[in-house]
Ligand binder design. Structure first.
Ligand SMILES: Cc1cc2nc3c(=O)[nH]c(=O)nc-3n(C[C@H](O)[C@H](O)[C@H](O)COP(=O)(O)OP(=O)(O)OC[C@H]3O[C@@H](n4cnc5c(N)ncnc54)[C@H](O)[C@@H]3O)c2cc1C
Length: 307
């Protein structure tokens, strides 16, 4: 979010009260087009190269290995974990790491496995309501430090009933209100490593959440901000008391956050390429060159998008 911060109702892609997937929303309407073929259960195993030029991809489909050539370029968009995994298994990555698994090197790009980043959240601060649960789902963005350019905090609120938590924890109040505080401009960085050269070898994810002290400071700040809101006089007629985490402060709160904070499912991989920092590797089109950092030796005819 740009600007100092703000608050809004949350928008969802929904039909008949069901959330629509990205595929259903944006790809499905074009399924009949002559220039689109969608294959499911067809995992891409590696990129095919001629020198540093990507000429196609290899994938398995119905128990057979297939290869397709790319007329123009390949867009590798397998998410923040599998994009670097397939890149590395194709020979693009840290030379020593690839050597460990006998993968022939195409380009030494050590940044491919580094800079894994995620949002970090406390999975719920809960207040007991005096009456019925408030029926609103909205979120706000704010800054942990006013000198920041853009908000680094986000909190979503919902009636406790909607979260389903009461079913798994019967000690929670019958009527409750939940705020989910999160840090969205985290400085902690993790990495994605290979465990083997094969497509079935899982990626090893070191998320390193909260490894940067500023992220813990920001998480404490957003928790305190939620408390300021939840305990404010204007909400007294509706909210009785904070029940989770309750009266935890100082170093006890920091320990609590370290033990309970979770990934907020927004992982992405920033790739460092020859000193540049980019979410994508892109090469050919001059118009694109400003948008993505490009190594002088960059891989050609390919974009890699990691969220
Ligand atoms: C529970 C949850 C809730 C979220 N809610 C929100 C939200 O409300 N708002 C928001 O902005 N973001 C939300 N996100 C984050 C958002 O979903 C991701 O940031 C986004 O989907 C990332 O897009 P992507 O295309 O990079 O990767 P993905 O969406 O992960 O797409 C990667 C695709 O590649 C496929 N794939 C992986 N490996 C291979 C392979 N080898 N061969 C072929 N295909 C492969 C995967 O099956 C997947 O379909 C949420 C995430 C989760 C998990």
């Amino acid at each position: 979010m740009e600007g100092p911060g703000g608050c809004s109702l949350i928008e969802f892609r929904m039909r008949d009260w069901q959330r629509l997937s990205i595929f259903r929303s944006y790809t499905f309407p074009y399924m009949d087009g002559p220039n689109l073929t969608v294959l499911t259960s067809a995992p891409v195993t590696r990129l095919i190269f001629e020198g540093r030029r990507v000429t196609g991809v290899e994938f398995t489909y119905e128990d057979r290995v297939h290869r397709i050539g790319a007329g123009f370029e390949v867009v590798l968009s397998l998410g923040a974990i599998n994009t670097p995994k397939v890149l590395m298994q194709s020979g693009v990555g840290d030379q020593a790491e690839l050597h460990r698994f006998g993968i022939p090197l195409v380009e030494h790009l050590p940044g491919v496995r580094q800079n894994f980043q995620d949002h970090v959240a406390l999975p719920g601060m809960i207040w007991e309501c005096r009456g019925d649960e408030p029926n609103a789902v909205f979120h706000w963005f704010w800054k942990s430090d006013p000198s920041l350019d853009t908000p680094d905090l986000q909190t979503t609120q919902a009636p406790l009933e909607m979260t389903g938590l009461k079913k798994v924890n019967p000690t929670l109040p019958a009527s409750g209100w939940m705020m989910l505080p999160a840090v969205i401009r985290t400085k902690s960085r993790g990495r994605v490593r290979l465990t083997g050269p094969g497509s079935l070898d899982p990626a090893d994810i070191e998320s390193n959440l909260l490894s940067h002290p500023d992220d813990l400071k920001a998480l404490v700040a957003v928790v305190e901000l939620c408390r300021e809101i939840g305990n404010c006089v204007a909400l007294h007629p509706f909210l009785k008391q904070e029940v989770v985490p309750g009266n935890v402060k100082g170093s006890a709160l920091e320990n609590y956050l370290r033990n309970t904070a979770v990934s907020w499912w927004q992982s992405r991989q920033l790739m460092k390429i020859s000193g540049g920092c980019s979410r994508s590797i892109r090469s050919d089109t001059p118009a694109e060159a400003g948008r993505f950092s490009v190594s002088p030796n960059a891989i050609r005819n390919m974009r890699a998008s990691c969220s």
